[in-house]
Write a protein that binds this ligand. Structure first.
Ligand code: OOB
Length: 549
């Protein structure tokens, strides 16, 4: 099913990527288990509650892999996984890889609106969730979703299943069985061109699109990032961002660290307090942050409320990093700063550890691979002159040729020659690095979390009595941007206020981070000459009339 659901790389490109050694035709599971065999006693994953060795995590993953297959997931199937940053996140991803099923990596902040959509889209037979997390009952939500979808769908809980109903299972085997590795779990049988896992796209229209990452392409991208920053068995990588994101998962992140035999330290939240404890106890040397979190940590360190730790590298990406914050981060952490401009769709750019300050502070780096092709185009789609601003297009050994089961969307977001239109406006810096200056896509970037304006607008039209709606990013001090919802009343009608909008969105089961933080009313929306809502004008009008709400 995977092959037909996603446009593959053309044969000539695939052959080129193999010849160059980018694609190694090995499954991710194979590489991870090889790393584990070399150091069974070393600690692989640490969270607030547990320290887990390589031997334990692989044995448990083998056992869970078997359980997933027993529960009805077959090789090539998809399993929706929604877990917070915890050792179980790593366990479940490893088990899926071992079983040859592809985890669909939902965010812990997603709710019924998102999870049900993902379960339907991927026809998942299993959903793996936390029990309670931050006061929310994931077990109950997942059970409702499993009951609502057409396919047979069971729920596996990282905790105690609370009902004896069929279809609700515990993550751990109660029989403590291990050592099934020698049986049917030979992950080498999984084709390396098949989907290893699915990442969620941020920058699209409508509901989030899924990006199917193959074993070959994903392994290459984290291996290459690992080479660039020098990941090895002594690396201690701190996972401060939601683990389901590409940056902490594969930039080189969790998977890059584990295949190199290093240690992954899971932070349940990027709160400075939680970070402080982990920094003191585990002495991590690499961390990936979004600018909003980097700002909070930097403020706390400057106020002597947090230990800067002994980081060798702080990677920052996901949203624009202002040069003054870049400078402060470097000073207070007394470490190498690396800017990372990446996307779940593939292409990763970064500054290198030996780049001059001028480049590290003022650019978002350059592509990581000699196989990456990037193009900056003007409004007519022609290549822009060097130094001019245009849209970034990308193609390469770890940038898939289309989204999962989205042919119409693919026709817009990918060119006939297979280039991915990033929707990012960039220019070349004289040093040969990219500078991100804006975007063409209609997205709100809330502290690195991408929100589709289109999705918010559709929800508003569905659940509020209004004639029209527009979602606009407004600049916000701490998190970069917030969602402002502009509502147009029906004839002789009124529009709901912020509280009503919030409660309607919550009742719909929408993830909190997408819920508008400011609501405005306008008799009509400004239009561009071709009749589209003029978001740039809206944003200017709103920002001049009331700050960041
Ligand atoms: C990362 O991935 P996504 O998929 O959440 O978001 C991708 C988009 C980019 O297209 C761009 O609009 C924005 O996020 N972005 C940046 C940026 N890094 C990403 N905008 C300005 N400066 C940056 N450094 O965000 C992501 C994935 C892997 C590594 C790092 C970030």
């Amino acid at each position: 099913m995977n092959e037909r659901s996603v446009p593959p790389w053309p044969e000539e490109f695939a052959a080129r990527y193999r010849d160059a050694g980018f694609w190694r035709d090995q499954s991710l599971g194979h590489r991870l288990w090889r790393a584990a065999e070399q150091r069974p006693e070393s600690i692989a994953v640490v969270d607030e509650r547990r320290r887990v060795t390589y031997q334990e995590i692989t044995e448990r993953a083998d056992s869970l892999a078997e359980k997933l297959l027993e529960l009805g997931a077959a090789r090539g199937d998809n399993v929706v996984v929604q877990l917070p940053n915890s050792w179980e996140f790593v366990l479940v991803v490893l088990a899926c890889l071992r079983a040859g099923v592809a985890p669909v990596l939902a965010l812990a902040s997603h709710r019924e609106h998102e999870i049900e959509y993902l379960v339907r889209l991927t026809r998942a037979r299993l959903v793996v969730v936390a029990d309670y997390w931050r006061g929310f009952d994931h077990q109950e939500m997942a059970s409702r979703v499993a009951g609502a979808v057409e396919q047979d769908c069971d729920v596996v809980v990282a905790g105690e299943p609370r009902s004896r109903n069929l279809g609700l299972y515990a993550l751990s085997r109660n029989d403590g069985q291990t050592g099934v590795r020698k049986r049917s779990m030979d992950s080498r049988a999984t084709g390396a061109d098949e989907t290893a896992l699915y990442l969620l796209s941020g920058g699209t229209t409508g509901r989030p699109k899924l990006i199917a990452r193959t074993h070959n392409d994903y392994e290459y991208s984290f291996r290459r990032m690992g080479e660039i920053i020098g990941v090895g068995a002594d690396t201690r990588y701190l996972v401060a961002l939601p683990a389901a994101h590409n940056f902490p998962l594969g930039g080189p992140g969790i998977l890059g660290t584990l295949t190199a035999g290093g240690r992954v330290v899971m932070l349940p939240s990027p709160e400075p307090g939680a970070a402080q404890a982990a920094v003191e106890k585990e002495s991590p040397d690499v961390v990936s942050l979004v600018p909003a979190v980097a700002r909070r940590w930097t403020d706390h360190i400057e106020a002597a409320a947090m230990d800067p730790g002994s980081f060798r590298i702080v990677q920052i990406g996901g949203a624009v990093l202002e040069p003054d914050l870049a400078e402060r981060v470097r000073t207070v952490f007394d470490c190498r700063l690396q800017q990372v401009f990446g996307m779940a769709e593939g292409l990763l750019n970064c500054t290198r550890l030996d780049d001059p300050d001028e480049v590290v502070l003022n650019t978002q780096g350059r592509p990581i691979s000699a196989g990456d092709e990037v193009l900056i185009t003007d409004d007519d789609g022609a290549p822009a002159p060097f130094g001019a601003v245009g849209e970034l297009l990308a193609r390469g050994p770890y940038t898939p040729r289309g989204y999962y089961r989205a042919p119409e969307h693919n026709a817009r977001r990918f060119t006939a020659e297979g280039w991915y239109r990033t929707g990012d406006l960039v220019r070349w810096h004289p040093s040969g690095n990219l500078v991100v200056v804006g975007r063409t896509k209609d997205v709100i970037n809330r502290g690195g979390e991408k929100i589709s304006a289109d999705e918010v607008e559709s929800l508003a039209r569905e659940c509020l009595r209004v004639a029209d709606a527009a979602a606009v990013p407004l600049s916000a001090q701490e998190i970069g941007e917030r969602v402002c919802l502009v509502l147009v009343p029906e004839a002789n009608g009124t529009t709901p206020g912020l509280d009503e909008v919030r409660s309607e969105f919550i009742a719909r089961g929408v993830a909190r981070y997408k819920i508008p933080e400011r609501v405005e009313t306008m008799e009509k929306l400004p239009l561009t000459p071709i009749g589209k809502v003029d978001k740039a004008k809206l944003r200017r009008v709103l920002e001049s009339s009331g700050g960041d709400g």
